[in-house]
Ligand binder design. Structure first.
Ligand code: 5GP
Length: 190
């Protein structure tokens, strides 16, 4: 069996990445698997441990770090909230021919391409920052300061995303999912 492909999908929080990934898994005809990250942030309502994230303590996160278990990891929004991707599930998925999607931030993505330069990197842009702010507020899950922090990170991410191989604007969910699926299919070996 040929080895799978590594896909890195980034974009500001609120750009619609999770919905896009769910749709891709549903209808893009490739053996796609979403990598489940570790995070030290608490679950939001509706999030399930082991499905959306592995929710872990800071202690446990540090242990993985010391063991060198992470393919990439970083502190995404400051204030001691960490996110990371374990190396083992990724490499074993790739060996099984899976196409593994990492939904991670720009800093983590840089760490991944250092090791996997052939990774397919995709950046999802919100239609604009005004729309992004509206979506973050519509979620109604976060305090004002947290929203402001996410918008700051979004501005920084947008200006640091030039090196991604593919850029897609999420103006219309359906169209966005279709174009990402087409991009991925173009990497299929004949
Ligand atoms: P949220 O807390 O809204 O689920 O995610 C916040 C941000 O963390 C998102 O932009 C997401 O892409 C990023 N993120 C989620 N998991 C990981 C990970 O494993 N590594 C890195 N570097 N970023 C992640």
């Amino acid at each position: 069996m040929t080895s799978g492909r590594l896909i890195v999908l980034s974009g500001p929080s609120g750009a619609g990445k999770s919905t896009i990934v769910a749709e891709l898994l549903n209808r893009c005809p490739l053996p796609l698997v979403l990598s489940v990250s570790l995070t030290t942030r608490p679950p939001r309502p509706g999030e399930t441990d082991g499905v959306h994230y592995h929710f872990v303590t800071l202690d446990m996160f540090q242990k993985h770090r010391e063991n060198g278990d992470f393919l990439e990891h970083c502190e995404v929004f400051g204030r001691g909230v960490w996110y990371g991707t374990l190396r083992e599930p990724v490499t074993s998925g790739l060996n099984q021919g899976k196409w593994i999607i990492l939904e991670i931030d720009v800093e983590g993505a840089r760490q991944v391409v250092r090791e996997f330069p052939e990774a397919i990197t995709l950046f999802v842009h919100p239609e604009n920052l005004v729309e992004l702010e509206r979506r973050l507020r519509a979620r109604n899950t976060e305090a004002e300061a947290a929203i402001a922090r996410r918008l700051d990170v979004a501005r920084a991410e947008l200006s640091a995303a030039g090196w991604y191989k593919h850029h897609v604007v999420n103006r219309d969910l359906n169209a966005c999912v279709n174009s990402i699926c087409d991009i991925l299919l173009s990497y299929r070996e004949p």
